[in-house]
Design a protein around this ligand. Structure first.
Ligand code: G6P
Length: 640
């Protein structure tokens, strides 16, 4: 989704801005632009489409400016074109603004400004911000004061980067329920909505908290609350290993990330599980590995606070854990699917009722949580606006909170004292794969952890579960070794227009996730259903042109799932199964079998999703789709 960057220092700004934007590219965008101040003149270069289009413009103009801001846009107000791309200028063309988020009262403000004679060149909500700052500057003749006044008129959750031709030695930044970091280098400063973008230049970062304005110069940053009071905050050190964004020889990041899953599981398990005979512990006991982007180091006595590490781990007391009588999970997209499986894991192991809600559906509703509830927010990016807002609502109702994320430097990590960090490294492909598996692993570990603390499983049972969990990475490797068979089998269905996925119990969410992966990547319409629901409506769409993918593993719901699949077969649907190897019944009733090694039903969601990820990948690649950055999608969805 949208990304903000900035630079100010001795180097040429444009190439630095581009390389910062490159780091945010994976999040998904549809246009990009920069505003630079060259020889006292503000100039804006922007282009719809990929970053390469903007780079082309820059290489034609060769700007030598040393200060500027940049942006990648994911359209909310106005179609993705050059005009609507950021930065946006005020009418005097002396102030430029880049913006993430939404200005909720922009229509109202636009009307007021239009009456006052202001004109507009775009359909965006952002342009009003440039005009409002400019209007306030006319009165105040001081950028900071103008910004304080301006933010008092804006409603919504947003982040801004601002430059003014009249103050060419400064960049201003505003954070209102968003994420912004200032990177501090030697005689140079950087701005980014994701600290990953500045990490290539410096690991010394000051994060803006809510309702703060930053005045950035080459010497550093001054922070102010919206009421103008100066705020003092020391920089934090980021993990000094830069994020490695590299396809590692694979054709796409997605394929690489699917292949990284055994490693990701091993790393997440190694972090929280010392040995099957020892209790699961969410105070991490190993330090980050290799050059993978991972967690921050543990607290040190360094002069600089390491704020990141403070929120790392689960810090609830045994009494608090025992007192929890209800768990509420909030998440979006793939993380929501992982949470649906998480619910079943925790309920099975701990006898605690667990409710799972799509985070955006929590708005305007009363969450049923209180002081004896635990609310878990699951978000790979830790920046999803709906998820953060749902967690904040639970906090206000007195609930304990816990985050499960892949980004210990995220907004989510800041707003909850309890955090389980998955060990995935950066996930570049927009479609989540390895982070899904890591979230599932986190739920298995959390289920065992809570069950051990509450005594709802015996030490013997706990040992058995941990031993089985530790065996999963090897089973995943066995599936990945069959990749070429999965490709051949999948491509038989590449011309489908509609695909139905069904599963029961723990693998009903797998059906949802399989359908989501296929539609995200290949744009083929796909829907996932509880297998028992097929007959209550979805069966009407079935005929010989519709493939039905059934996730079916031996266990409590095997026979019922097989019966539901038969209902589809009786309507001449093309029958695909994800099933354990050697299952003769499945071989008899299905046209195509994507097989997995034998696995206990309880852990099967960790395996069954993998052939579905590969199937979606191979079909999308065969159809020539933009696998890593599917159309219209964003990796990190920072608007509600
Ligand atoms: C976007 C991504 C999905 C992701 C969802 C939730 O829609 O495209 O892949 O599952 O956001 O993201 P989160 O970072 O909160 O897990």
């Amino acid at each position: 989704m949208c990304g903000i960057v900035g630079y100010l220092g001795p180097a040429k700004a444009a190439p630095v801005l581009i390389s910062e934007l490159r780091c945010l590219e994976y999040r998904g965008y549809d246009s990009a632009g920069v505003a630079i101040i060259q020889d006292g003149q503000l100039s804006v270069l922007k282009a719809a489409g990929k970053l390469g289009n903007l780079e082309k413009l820059i290489s034609e103009r060769k700007p030598t400016a040393t200060v500027g801001i940049g942006h990648t846009r994911w359209a909310t107000h106005g179609v993705p074109n050059d005009q609507n791309a950021h930065p946006h200028l005020d009418n005097s063309k002396t102030i430029a603004v880049v913006h993430n988020g939404i200005i909720e009262n922009y229509e109202e403000i636009k009307e007021e400004l239009a009456k006052a004679g202001y004109t507009f060149e775009s359909d965006t909500d952002t342009e009003v911000v440039a005009h409002v700052i400019s209007q306030e500057y006319e009165k105040e003749q001081d950028m900071l004061k103008a910004i304080f006044k301006a933010v008092g008129r804006l409603r919504g959750a947003y982040a801004l980067g601002v430059v003014s031709q009249k103050h060419p030695d400064k960049i201003y930044a505003v954070n209102q329920h968003y994420s912004l970091s200032v990177g501090l280098g030697h005689n140079e400063s950087f701005l980014a909505s994701d600290s990953m973008a500045v990490r290539q230049y410096t690991n010394k970062v000051v994060r803006l908290e809510q309702s703060e304005v930053a005045e950035i110069t080459v010497d550093g940053v001054r922070l102010f609350a919206f009421d103008g009071k100066e705020v003092k905050r020391r920089p934090v050190s980021l993990d000094s290993n830069p994020y490695v964004i590299d396809k590692g020889g694979y054709k796409h990041f997605l394929l690489k990330e699917i292949h990284e899953q055994p490693l990701v599981l091993r790393q997440t398990l190694a972090k929280y599980l010392v040995h099957p005979t020892k209790p699961v512990s969410f105070i991490p006991h190993i330090t980050p590995h290799g050059n993978q982007p991972t967690s921050p180091s543990l607290p040190t006595n360094n002069e600089e606070d390491n704020l990141l590490s403070k929120s790392y781990g689960v810090h609830l007391t045994d009494m608090e854990l025992k007192g929890i009588d209800r768990i509420q999970v909030v998440a979006c997209g793939t993380a929501y699917h992982a949470s649906l499986i998480g619910k079943q894991i925790i309920e099975h192991l701990c006898n605690i009722p667990v409710a799972v809600d799509i985070a955006s559906e929590v708005r305007g509703r009363r969450l049923m949580v209180n002081e004896s509830s635990l609310t878990i927010a699951v978000s790979q990016s830790g920046e999803t606006a709906d998820t953060l807002s749902a967690l904040e609502s639970a906090k206000k109702l007195g609930s304990f909170t816990l985050g499960i994320t892949n980004r210990p430097d995220s907004h989510l990590a800041q707003i909850t004292p309890n955090l389980i960090v998955t060990e995935c490294g950066i996930e570049v492909s927009v479609a989540a794969t390895k982070t899904y598996l890591a979230q599932l692993t986190a739920f298995y570990l959390l289920g065992i952890f809570l069950a051990e603390k509450r005594g709802s499983i015996t030490p013997e049972q706990a040992k058995g579960l941990k031993t089985q969990l530790n065996a999963v990475p090897t089973l995943l490797e066995q599936i990945l070794a069959r990749e070429s068979d999965i490709r051949t089998a999948s491509l038989k269905y590449a011309d489908a227009h509609d695909v139905v996925f069904i599963g029961r119990g723990l693998n009903f969410p797998t059906a949802l996730e399989g359908a989501l992966k296929l539609k995200e990547l290949s744009y083929i319409h796909a829907s996932g259903y509880a297998a028992g629901e097929l007959k209550h409506g979805p069966i009407a769409v079935l005929d010989s042109k519709v493939p039905v993918v059934t996730i079916i593993v031996p266990g409590s719901v095997y026979e019922k799932t097989l019966s539901n699949a038969q209902e589809a077969r009786a309507r001449n649907a093309q029958m695909i199964a994800v099933a354990v190897e050697g299952d003769e019944l499945v071989a008899k009733h299905f046209d195509t079998v994507l097989s997995i090694p034998p696995v206990d039903e309880f852990f099967s969601p960790l395996l069954t999703v993998v052939p579905l990820q590969l199937m979606s990948y191979f079909i999308a690649d065969y159809l020539g789709k933009d696998v890593d950055q599917p159309r219209n999608l964003a990796k990190s969805v920072t608007v509600e």
